[in-house]
Write a protein that binds this ligand. Structure first.
Ligand code: AMP
Ligand code: ZN
Length: 108
């Protein structure tokens, strides 16, 4: 799994922040400036496999990343399953900082 390889340091990524359970990296193909991916260090295929016990840490990590970005306007997107656009089969959340006129459209 490509994200497991990133977590293990086997392939390089721009790490924005990391803690015991998550890494936050810059998306290699950013849809907007500052596009981040929040990735659990443990492999879960998707949202439905992600244990409830980890949610608080997950959301704290999201908040830490957003605060570090220093933005107020952003989208959080989780593509769950192939038909919903999930390409990498290791659960991850997109953080998309938004600016007026940035041209990004959800679903586009
Ligand atoms: P998804 O469509 O939700 O599965 O999103 C996968 C995301 O991972 C895409 O936005 C890709 O640009 C991004 N991505 C794929 N491989 C890498 C990589 N090696 N480093 C950083 N981002 C990646
Ligand atoms: Zn994985």
């Amino acid at each position: 799994c490509i994200f497991c390889k990133i977590v293990n340091g086997d392939i390089p990524a721009e790490v924005f922040l990391a803690n015991d359970d998550f890494i936050v990296i810059l998306d290699a193909n950013p849809k907007v400036e500052g596009h981040l991916l929040v990735i659990p260090k443990r492999h879960y295929d998707n949202f439905l496999d992600f244990p409830l016990e980890v949610y608080e840490k997950f959301l704290v990590t999201v908040k830490d990343a957003v605060e570090k970005l220093g933005v107020k306007d952003f989208n959080l997107i989780l593509n769950n399953g192939k038909d919903a656009g999930q390409v990498v089969g290791h659960l991850h959340l997109h953080i998309l900082p938004r600016k007026e006129g940035d041209g990004f459209e959800i679903g586009a």
